[in-house]
Ligand binder design. Structure first.
Ligand code: MRU
Length: 325
């Protein structure tokens, strides 16, 4: 099943807020619905956001009213993953050619991300085998599977390829607080595929690496800067520090659409601060005193010096060997 597609004249998504309880398909028939779905993470993950952005522009072009405003609102719905602006801009460039041309570009972006996932799976699997052998215990963070792309995934596509080769021992899934993309989405995807996995608290990652229970960390990115800094889900940096201390590979798998050479380093990236309620409440209950103020950055920056390699659909960049983007 595709996470996002164009069905009956509008984008259709798997609503990721309903998982793991419910696999719910939702049609986004207005620009407001597209913006809302992006903001509340009903559609999420960098490559899926690129496709959602492009399809949102295609929808706006088809509906025809105040397209410039629609483009601006969709582009600004979330700031950190470069794919969203990239997808919006690619589709919007075809606005002068009419709605059909915009849609054709959005569908080309969808197909490109699908092909990229397959390529990343193969290249990522090869590299992980080279770095960590034939019986690999992997730690991953957030969700980088089919749900974060169109199908298959980025880092999770590489993990799946290890599984298919018989080289995967286990996946440790970091829960990814506060919105639990690891627990709700990655554990669900791995379970559906019958891939052995255990859920861990985010803060357990570096300790488990130190104790020799992880052979490699593999995860995705929302933006890869010109100097190789990796912007990804909050908690990634702690796993990178843990990997460095334990002397194990830290591998980032992301499509070329996530590489942003126009941004020099992680210091230049707009990191999304999300509502404090995501930290202060759980399942409708307060988890802190009522007057507590929360600070809730959704992403962090892992300096390039902590990254062993970046695998894209087109290349493997061995930062540990001095390769640069
Ligand atoms: O806030 P999210 O769930 O959109 O964050 C997603 C991530 O951080 C993923 O790791 C990243 O987009 C890579 S997805 C293949």
């Amino acid at each position: 099943m595709r996470t996002i597609d164009w069905v009956d004249g509008c984008p259709q998504i798997v609503d990721q807020t309903a998982l793991p309880d419910d696999v719910r398909l939702v049609s986004l028939s207005t620009v407001d619905a597209v913006v809302d779905a992006i903001r509340r993470l009903a559609v999420r993950g960098a490559p899926a956001l690129g496709v959602a952005g492009a399809m949102g522009v295609a929808l706006a072009a088809k509906l025809g009213s105040d397209v410039d405003d629609a483009v601006r609102r969709i582009r600004a719905a979330r700031p950190t993953a470069v794919n969203l602006a990239w997808g919006v801009d690619r589709a919007a460039a075809y606005l002068p050619d009419g709605p059909e041309a915009v849609l054709a570009e959005a569908l080309a972006i969808r197909d490109g991300e699908l092909a990229a996932s397959l390529e990343m799976g193969r290249r990522g699997g090869d590299l992980l085998q080279e770095l960590a052998g034939e019986h690999i215990r992997v730690l991953t963070h957030c969700n980088t599977g089919g749900l974060a792309t169109v199908e298959y995934g980025t880092a999770l596509a590489a993990v799946r390829s290890l599984y298919e080769r018989g080289c995967l021992a286990e996946v440790l899934v970091s829960e990814s607080r506060p919105l639990l993309q690891g627990a709700r989405l990655t554990a669900w995807e791995l379970g559906e595929s019958g891939i052995a996995h255990r859920l861990i608290a985010d803060s357990a990652g570096p300790f488990l690496m130190a104790r020799g229970q992880v052979d490699a960390v593999v995860l995705g990115a929302d933006r890869i800067c010109a100097n190789g800094d990796v912007v990804n889900k909050i908690g990634t940096y702690a796993h990178a520090l843990g990997a460095q201390a334990a002397g194990i590979p830290f591998v980032v798998v992301a499509p070329e659409s996530t590489v942003d050479v126009a941004t020099k380093s992680g210091a230049d990236v707009d990191i999304e601060d999300r509502d404090g309620s995501e930290l202060l409440e759980f399942a409708g209950r307060h988890t802190a005193p009522y007057d507590t103020v929360a600070l809730n950055p959704a992403f962090d920056v892992t300096p390039y010096a902590l990254v062993t390699a970046i695998v894209t659909d087109a290349r493997v960049i061995r930062l540990d060997r001095g390769d640069r983007l």
